[in-house]
Design a protein around this ligand. Structure first.
Ligand SMILES: *Cc1c(COP(=O)(O)O)cnc(C)c1O
Length: 326
């Protein structure tokens, strides 16, 4: 598959390995007049570039999950996601690279053509298993677990999106790295949220004088906050305290994976033309749209130095790009 120069041998490396990689991630000033004219400085953390295939926050969320699976002696891991899932894409790449067989449990019936995401996954050897929506919704139930084990044997099941303590622990490394790379000279860190695992981890890894802001891309993120607080408490260590976190909603643009409304499509094109920074349609696009909206409402005072995490997902542009008149 090529492309990647950093090849880890998971299962043998200490925590520190992920931290060392995180310290090398570029922190780039973003020239974006809309924000800059308000005296807000943006620094984009390029986690979309941390790895060629295992990109973005999924790299961090899978790191300790793969390590734990290997340490427990599993040879096969399975997880859940939709047909465009960044998580399944990254899991397939990780399995291929680290010698674990992978099973993708996919939401909904198989359509006539595989998505580009699933094409890649299959190329990396992932077994694709399409679950009817009613069955897919039973995630976490013993019934579905039995169903999976009957078909695929003794698999290590990772929750959708890598939303577990191992995933959250991986994300804490992002927070720790940011603080060291910028020597504390910033006030807030912004990122998009699906399950909120990344937000919880990043906040827990940042020091107490900082604020982590998550933009929810989900419509009706009902008890998302409760899940974030639980995940945060599970990984926050008493000696570092951790930052406080906030969740911003109302910028889901119709909901997860839905056809983009015209305001978002226009923003997407204009933002990329103006800044040269590529976004994914599901997460980072909505985050930057939210940042524009929040700035217009004077959410951040003049002089704020804001770190924005580019959480990746660019593989998901395929199939969406047709919606945009570039
Ligand atoms: C999965 C994903 C997220 C959401 O991460 P959570 O930890 O589930 O909140 C954000 N951005 C991108 C690009 C993703 O792929």
């Amino acid at each position: 598959m090529g492309g990647s120069t950093r090849v880890l041998t998971l299962g043998e490396r200490p925590d520190n390995e992920l931290y060392q990689l995180a310290l090398q991630v570029a922190m780039e000033p973003l020239v974006w007049p809309l924000l800059n004219k308000q005296g807000i400085e943006l620094i984009v953390r390029r986690d979309d570039r941390i790895d060629a295939e295992l990109c973005g926050n999924k790299f961090y969320k899978l790191f300790f999950n793969i390590q734990a699976a290997k340490n427990a002696g599993y040879t096969r891991v399975a997880s859940f996601g939709g047909a465009y899932s960044n998580h399944l894409h990254a899991l397939a790449a990780a399995g291929y690279r680290y010698g674990l067989s992978t099973v993708g449990l996919i939401r909904g019936e198989q359509s006539a053509h595989l998505s580009p995401t699933l094409e890649d996954a299959r190329r990396w050897g992932m077994t694709l298993c399409f679950l009817p929506r009613a069955l897919y919704r039973q995630q976490g139930s013993t019934g579905l677990e039995t169903y999976v084990r009957e078909r695929y044997g003794d698999v290590c099941l990772i929750p959708e999106g890598g939303a577990n303590p191992e995933g959250c622990r991986g994300a804490t490394v992002i927070g720790r790295a940011i603080e060291v790379q910028l020597e504390g000279a910033y006030q807030q860190v912004c990122m998009p949220c699906g399950t909120g695992t990344t937000l919880a981890g990043v906040a827990a890894g940042l020091p107490a004088d900082k604020i982590a802001v998550g933009v929810s891309v989900l419509k009706g993120a009902g008890n998302l906050g409760l899940g974030i607080e639980r995940a945060y408490c599970a990984v926050a260590s008493s000696d570092t305290h951790g930052a406080s976190w906030r969740l911003v909603s109302g910028y889901h643009g119709g909901g997860y994976g839905k056809k983009l409304p015209s305001n978002l499509r226009n923003f997407w094109r204009e933002f990329e033309l103006e800044t040269g920074l590529q976004l994914d349609p599901v997460y980072t696009l909505k985050m930057f749209y939210a940042i524009a909206g929040l700035a217009q409402g004077r959410y951040w005072p003049r002089g704020t130095r804001l770190v924005v995490i580019h959480t990746g997902g660019l593989q998901g542009r395929r199939g969406f790009e047709a919606q945009i008149d570039w």
